[in-house]
Design a protein around this ligand. Structure first.
Ligand SMILES: Cc1cc2nc3c(=O)[nH]c(=O)nc-3n(C[C@H](O)[C@H](O)[C@H](O)COP(=O)(O)O)c2cc1C
Length: 394
């Protein structure tokens, strides 16, 4: 019998559930194909900047907010802005992670351009650096220069890369693969570090779990995530962003009222408890970790480093994809809100090397996951006056 408990077991923060069932039911209730259209459209636009952008928007980014707005300039340029409405004020009060998501976007943009022989000339924050939060000033201006730029081998993995939140296999990640991740994620002022199974990874498992727990029981931070959960195929298809709860079991649980935003927020509900059980298992399954560290500088340099850290993270994940490794960020302990302060200190004391941790991810082997939704290129391109084209649905 399918019990309430049995159904809820399949529910967890941002997990796509795909249990076996009849084809008809699956076709109607499986993950939304339309919400993943952008992955199939990558590389198809005829205008060359749009073609590069169609890859850039596949970048990893916090809570899949896709906080990017683009203005095409003249014949060979563009300007990237942050879509200020798509920030995460509770968990990312200084827009640090959103800036990393912009860095990842720019890295994929330049990798896509190199594939066609273009060099990408990038000027970060051309009108000044916005602190302590981002504002309407541009994140970067970009010019594409046709010259004999060599294709980048990382390009082959742009459309295959995924964030994998499955439970990881009890299988060690070989040291030489971890070294390759370090090499890929180390650029400019950003250093990538890793650890395989051992005393340090046991401590990191524990701290990442405690960070998740703290964020989940802090109502306003949990609410920020719950508000961005897209529960069921219709919501996923409507929004094409956020944290997806999708699949047949979710549809069933949604229809019967077992999974709602309210239940996911209620620490006493079965849905909340089951979600926590699932995440505990995921944290416990981590065998290896990778992290990015920069100098801990204030002011303008801090912002520039965040952009570089995003670029480094894009590189690290593309390398992981190439090596057949799954990666999953656990960003909670790196976040700057008051309730997280002690864990923030603890993780920095453990692996921060006196610098600033920008990214912290578990690494391992896991079953493949499907692509996360994307809103598509038209949703990002602003018109000539800089106003946002209202392609958002909702
Ligand atoms: C700065 C940053 C922080 C992130 N933090 C988390 C996190 O704490 N937990 C998580 O599950 N995913 C995290 N992610 C991954 C995003 O949720 C993911 O990239 C997004 O949902 C899109 O999915 P995709 O990477 O599969 O395309 C983070 C990504 C970035 C760039």
């Amino acid at each position: 019998m399918t019990t309430r408990r049995g159904i809820l077991k399949l529910v967890g923060g941002g997990i796509v559930v795909a249990a076996a069932a009849g084809g008809g039911w699956y076709a109607m209730n499986g993950p939304s194909n339309e919400a993943r259209e952008a992955w199939r459209q990558a590389g198809t636009p005829t205008e060359y900047r749009r073609r590069f952008l169609s890859y850039a928007l596949l970048a990893p980014n916090p809570h899949n907010r896709q906080p990017w707005l683009v203005r095409l300039d003249g014949e060979d340029g563009l300007t990237l802005f942050c879509d200020l409405e798509r920030r995460l004020p509770e968990t990312d009060p200084f827009d640090r992670q959103i800036t990393l998501g912009c860095g990842a976007f720019l890295e994929l943009l330049s990798i896509a351009a190199a594939q066609e022989g273009y060099r990408t000339d990038l000027t970060p924050f051309p009108d000044g650096v916005s602190l302590p939060r981002l504002d309407e000033r541009p994140i970067a201006s970009v010019r594409f220069v046709a010259e004999a730029t060599k294709p980048d081998p990382a390009f082959a993995f742009v459309a295959e890369r995924r964030t994998n939140r499955n439970t990881y296999e009890a299988r060690e990640v070989p040291d030489d693969l971890l070294k390759q991740l370090e090499a890929a994620g180390t650029l400019r002022g950003v250093t990538a570090r890793t650890t395989g199974e051992g005393e340090l990874s046991a401590k990191l498992r524990d701290i990442s779990w405690r960070g998740h727990e703290m964020e989940s029981i802090t109502q306003r931070t949990m609410k920020e995530s719950a508000d961005l959960m897209r529960i069921g195929r219709d919501e996923v298809n409507q929004w094409r962003d956020g944290l997806v709860l999708e699949g047949q079991m979710i549809e069933f649980a949604r229809l019967t009222g077992m999974v709602t935003r309210e239940a996911l927020l209620d620490v006493k509900s079965d849905a909340f408890k089951m979600g926590m059980d699932q995440y505990r298992e995921k944290a416990a399954s981590a065998r290896a970790f990778a992290w990015l560290v920069t100098a801990d500088l204030g002011g303008e340099l801090a912002r520039l480093m965040q952009l570089d850290a995003g670029r480094a993270y894009a590189r690290l994940t593309l390398k992981a994809t190439q090596l057949g490794l799954a990666v999953h960020p656990w960003s909670q302990t790196l976040q700057e809100y008051p309730e997280m302060q002690l864990l923030y200190r603890e993780v920095h004391d453990l692996i921060g090397e006196g610098g600033r941790l920008q990214m912290f991810v578990r690494v391992g082997y896991a079953d493949a996951v499907i692509a996360a939704p994307r809103r598509g290129l038209d949703a990002l391109i602003a018109d000539a006056g800089g106003a946002k084209k209202e392609a958002d649905q909702g």
